[in-house]
Design a protein around this ligand. Structure first.
Ligand code: SF4
Ligand code: SF4
Length: 383
């Protein structure tokens, strides 16, 4: 397998710029030479809750449309999809495609997925998740292209190639998996299991406008001006992490990949096979995380310190916290919380910290951006 991580400059989502940049970023990783006439290709995008492209929540539709055009010109039959949070229903999907501006992919010859059937998988090589349910539209394809967005993330610190494949899990089933894997390391291993089960043939990252701060849905767009591509998702994520000032120790999915021997986790090594634009000039050292401080869950302790980890984790870890002024009382957080840790009081959410598993579903799906990932939640216990 080609190991290059390709980086290309892409300053805007203007269609001509995108066309040139996509061609440039794909060439070093073999282009689309794997595509044969008649082949069915699934493009797994990041749609989350179907927001306007200007918010930098979703994989930009101009990029997706250009990729679809390139694929259809090769004779491929292309289907574009994602399973956002909440019920996986065709009318809801249609509305999200519309909100995300994704109809333009149909002009490029692609089909937007409306098949909401699910299937069960058994994955004996899995570390965390040996059986699971997934959205079976993906089975219609001969291969998958994983087209993700680079964003901050409340639970995993960063979402790029590896995290994006969680979107093959039906929206209503995702909370169940958060409960099955409440520990962040186990959850990260589950994400790696999904990656290893589906093994997309190609990964592309939209890092033209990234999201920083209260990501992955309510943060702030931050311009980077890059596209990245690779056949190797962990090396690609390592470069993405480097670009936003993170290291392997900050990203649980990378830690899991290193422990499983899927990645050396060594940026200095990966750097030797980066092709195209030198990413160093694009690193954003002050890129804001969902929470600005490192979650203690991810620090590697020695045996002696492990004794105190449970206590310090509770005291120092990142926690969800509602900004009551911004809260519109919609109850979405209450509905999505897999741990039933949220009750509504005077139309505002109240979090029971003893039940909270810090999955950040409430933060991810808050339509007002009122639920934040906040460091030092112990200081605000019960709020
Ligand atoms: S309160 Fe938020 S972070 Fe805690 S378990 Fe519920 S959804 Fe997850
Ligand atoms: S989802 Fe956000 S806006 Fe809605 S009740 Fe919860 S915190 Fe408030």
């Amino acid at each position: 397998m080609q190991k290059e991580v390709s980086v290309a400059r892409c300053d805007t989502y203007d269609s001509e710029t995108v066309k040139q940049a996509l061609g440039e970023v794909l060439r070093p990783v073999g282009g689309l030479d794997f595509v044969k006439p008649g082949m069915k290709v699934a493009v797994k995008i990041n749609m989350v809750t179907g927001k306007n492209p200007d918010t930098a929540v979703t994989t930009n539709p101009v990029l997706v449309a250009e990729l679809c055009r390139m694929l259809t010109e090769k004779g491929a039959r292309v289907i574009v999809g994602d399973s956002p949070g909440g019920p996986f229903r065709a009318p809801l999907l249609k509305g999200m495609y519309r909100n995300s501006g994704l109809q333009i992919t149909e002009d490029a010859g692609a089909v937007l997925n409306e098949d909401v059937s699910v299937a069960d998988a058994a994955f004996t090589d899995a570390v965390s998740m040996k059986t699971f349910t997934y959205t079976s539209w993906i089975d219609k394809a001969d291969c998958i292209i994983n087209f993700c967005k680079l964003k901050s993330h409340g639970m995993m610190n960063m979402t790029a190639a590896v995290k994006n494949m969680f979107g093959v899990i039906p929206g209503v089933t995702k909370p169940e998996y958060h409960m099955r894997f409440p520990d962040h390391a186990a959850f990260a291993n589950m994400l790696v299991d999904i990656q290893e089960y589906f093994r997309p043939v190609l990964h592309i990252v939209d890092a033209v406008d990234c999201m920083e701060g209260n990501g992955p849905t309510a943060g702030t767009p931050r311009h980077m001006g890059l596209l990245l591509a690779s056949r190797k998702p962990y090396d690609l994520d390592l470069v993405c992490a480097h670009l936003i000032g993170l290291d392997v120790k900050d990203v649980p999915t990378l830690q899991a990949a290193v422990k499983r021997g899927l990645s050396a986790g060594d940026y200095s090594e990966v750097k030797t096979y980066i092709t195209g634009v030198d990413p160093e000039g694009y690193v954003i050292p002050d890129f804001r995380r969902a929470d600005s401080k490192l979650d203690i869950t991810f620090i590697s302790f020695g045996p002696a310190q492990r004794l105190v980890t449970g206590i310090t984790r509770t005291l120092l870890s990142t926690q969800p916290k509602v900004n009551k002024k911004e809260c519109i009382g919609c109850r979405k957080c209450y509905e999505v919380c897999p741990a039933k840790a949220i009750t509504m009081k005077n139309k505002k959410p109240k979090i029971d910290r003893s039940k909270c598993i810090r999955c950040f579903c409430c933060q991810e799906f808050c339509p007002a951006g009122a639920m934040k990932a906040s460091h030092g939640g112990f200081l605000r216990r019960g709020r």
